[in-house]
Structure formats: C-alpha cells, structure tokens
Design a binder for this molecule. Structure first.
Ligand code: ARG
Length: 439
C-alpha cells in the first residue's frame, strides 16, 4: 500500500479510537478467523465509478494489517451505459435486469472492465488482488421467458476464491454465473452476495456505499440496528422508504442464515477501517440481536445471572446483603444477559441503580437499545456514576443535568419538578457503596 495512503488511514483511525486496546482487540478478533470467512464485501458500481481510489486504498489497508476480505462487485451504471451504447434498452422486472441472450457478451465485457479496474486499483494501492470474473456462481435460469439470461445461484464453487486467499490475494468477484450446460448468466448482486454468505458463513458482511450507512429521517447515519429489538419500530416509521424496507428485509434474511456473532456493516470506503476497528464505528452496524426482556416482578429476574453480568461489567461485585432490601422496580435486560438496566425506587422516583454492559457486547447497539427501553418506561430518572467512569460521556449526552458531589456525579433527566433536584442529589450522593472489589 502506498505510504501516504496507509498513513492517512492510520491517522484517521488513531483520531477516532478510545485507546489502542480497542483497535488491537478488534484486530485480534478478526485475525483469529479463518480468512476466507472473515468478510464478504459488496461494492456497488456507483462507488467504483466515483471513488475507485478510496475504495482500493481501504481494501489494501485491510491487507496491510493481515486481513483478507472477499469482494463482490456490481456494475449497474457501467452496464446501463454499455448496454445503451450497444442499442439495448434497460428494463427491470422485480428489480432484476431483463437480459436478452445477445446482451450477454456486452455484459461480460463491461463487467470484465469493472473487475479489472478494481483489481488494478488495489494493486496500485500496493495491495494484492486476483480477478475472479466467472467460475464461482453455479446457476440456473430464473425464468427465461420473463427475465432472459438472469441466473439464480444454486451452488458456489470456492476453488478460485480459496486459491486467491491462499496466495495472499484479495479475490474480486463479478456477478456472472454459469448454468450447468455452460451458459453464462447475469446474476443480481444481492443474490450473489446471499449465495456466497450462505456458503462461507462470514463473520462480517460489509456493504460499501456512497452514503456510508442507513439514514434516519434527518438524513443522519443510523449507527446501530439491532433487528430483534428495533426492527418493528423502524419498519413502521412513516418516513421509511420502500427501498430501505427491502434492504432491511434482505439483511435480516442474510443474518438469519448466520451465527449470532456475525454482523452486517454498511459504510463508505473512507469509513471502513474506523467501522471495523473501533467500538463507535463509522456507518451502520446491523445485528440479528438479542431480544429485550422487561421484568416487572422481582421473581422473574435471574439474579445469579444478573449478578454475574454486573461483576464482569464493573470488575466489582455487589456488597453483601445488597439485594435483600432492594427496592426493585424494573429490569431491562437482553435475553442473554449481556446488557442490563436495573431500576429501583427512591420513594416515587425511578433510580437507575445499575447500567451494565459486557465489554464484548460493546459496539453492538445493545446498550442503547436497553437504555431507550428504560427511558421510555421511565422518563423521569436519576442515577449516579463515579466521576472517573468513561461511560459519563454518554451520560452527559443523555441527562438534562448533573452535579458532581465528591467522587460521584449525580445525573437526572425528565424532572418536571426542579425544586426536588437538590434534595434528590444529596440523597443519591449519600447512598451507601453498592459494589466492592472481587477477591
Ligand atoms: N468495530 C465493530 C465491528 O465492526 C463495531 C462497529 C460499530 N459500528 C457502528 N456503526 N456502530 O463489529
């Protein structure tokens, strides 16, 4: 990789990470995976047209740090213009490009040009890449009368992909398939990705797009989407467009075929390394996620499990007898007890007693999902935190006000009766210690 491009990427990464441990942990996590299973990266034709250099630099950087993604590229705009030039109209049915048999040579050539352009660009960035334009997707014709030569993958032949990865090269795949009688067919890029994902069971699926993520109603990138807990709310929002619904359905289907640890990231070439190597990421991270459970009765809580979560998350354990007189109100917890908000009562006021998230569950959006559920239930809320706690940055964003009292910072939000604040703050700062060192 060219020295200045590497430097730019590293500087960008350094300026966004909390500490070196974060990047190192992700790097270790990704390196442990068999590299043909690390990541399937889908690149659209528009990104290749508009940002080939940035794209190549981002991929070559991954290779510099020892990772080997598998690239699948489309070529929508390139095909549109090549076909128009050859006198074909572009017609789509059900989102699929209708492909007359005599358009196949044009498509093969145009996708070949795109494919080689990507491989060359990666090489120019100092990376190593292998062109794999055909030979992977074993296909059958979907419906020749309706769509022409459009194929649907029925199998994936990984020989060429594995050979490239073994040789230290990034395989760059085009969306062309062959029928079992050797006819070349055009494959929709999303179908190609789905087939590859099914076979490879990758740890990450990455969509590199120009917008760099899914956008909310204000046009801001949605940072995380936990399908189990966020999907219904999102899909019923009035601002969500049809295209985004389809995208989310496709992603749900992809994730349903993968282990819970796998995730989808939608990001831009520039955001890729930050997305992969930091907790906060740059783009949209989508997981199948865990369901959120709300326990309204003390007896529904799995107390030993909750205690284990708290102990691991804080590195400290509840003091002796802590739970005995606990004024339990609600527990918001993910189904696998990886993130939880435990709410108790101080008279009639909700008090967030513990907000615990496992380190390994950070960056998944679980904490935010738990938090949102909790504040919806209890708009008026108080809590405290050690003034040295790094989570305070998040709390400062979420609170309406805070006061530092000795070692503690007391926070509140949604307090409609501000005259109560001083009293509550004093009382909360004076609550006894709840956690002690583990021994
Ligand atoms: N680096 C982690 C990953 O790639 C977390 C990314 C978080 N991304 C986000 N958009 N919130 O799995």
């Amino acid at each position: 990789m060219s020295e200045s491009a590497t430097r730019t990427t590293i500087v960008r990464l350094l300026s966004h990470m909390r500490d070196g441990k974060e990047v190192r942990d992700y790097l270790n996590r990704f390196s442990e995976i068999d590299q043909s299973r690390f990541a399937v990266v889908k690149v659209g034709g528009a990104v290749i047209r508009d940002d080939l250099e940035g794209l190549a630099a981002a991929l070559a950087f991954l290779q510099t740090v020892g990772l080997s993604p598998i690239i699948v590229h489309g070529g929508g705009p390139q095909l549109d213009s090549a076909l128009a030039e050859a006198g074909f109209d572009t017609t789509r049915i059900d989102g699929l490009r209708v492909t007359p048999a005599d358009a196949i040579p044009v498509i093969r050539k145009a996708l070949g040009v795109v494919n080689i352009a990507m491989v060359d660009a990666i090489r120019e960035s100092g990376g190593r890449a292998a062109s794999v334009p055909t030979g992977v997707f074993e296909s059958r014709l979907l419906d020749e009368v309706k769509y022409g030569r459009v194929g649907e993958p029925v199998g994936v032949n990984l020989d060429l992909v594995d050979a490239a990865v073994r040789g230290g090269e990034i395989p760059v795949l085009a969306c062309l398939g062959e029928t079992d009688d050797g006819r070349l067919v055009n494959i929709n890029a999303d179908h190609a990705v789905a087939a590859l994902v099914n076979t490879l069971q990758p740890y990450k699926i990455i969509f590199l797009t120009e917008t760099g993520g899914l956008l909310d109603e204000n046009g801001d990138v949605i940072s995380t989407l936990n399908l189990a807990s966020d999907r219904d709310r999102l899909m019923s929002a009035d601002w969500i467009k049809g295209g985004m619904r389809v995208k989310i359905d496709q992603i749900q289907a992809l994730l349903d075929s993968l282990p819970l640890t796998s995730s989808v990231s939608i990001t831009s070439p520039e955001g890729l390394s930050q997305e992969l190597f930091t907790h906060a990421g740059a783009g949209t991270l989508i997981r199948r996620g865990e369901n959120l459970i709300t326990n309204a009765a003390k007896t529904d809580v799995d107390w030993p499990r909750l205690e284990a979560l708290i102990t691991t998350a804080f590195g400290r354990t509840p003091v002796q007898g802590y739970w005995e007189h606990f004024a339990f109100d609600r527990l918001f917890v993910t189904e696998n007890y990886r993130a939880a908000a435990l709410v108790s009562r101080l008279d009639d006021v909700a008090y967030l007693d513990k907000f615990a998230v496992l380190e390994e569950a950070r960056g998944e959006g679980l904490a935010r999902a738990v938090w949102q559920e909790m504040v919806e239930y209890s708009p008026r809320l108080y809590w405290r935190s050690r003034s040295s706690n790094p989570v305070n940055a998040f709390y400062f964003q979420e609170c309406d006000g805070s006061v530092r009292v000795g070692d503690w910072t007391v926070f509140w939000r949604g307090e409609y009766d501000l005259a109560r604040v001083p009293d509550m703050v004093g009382r909360i700062a004076g609550l006894p210690e709840t956690l002690q060192a583990t021994n």
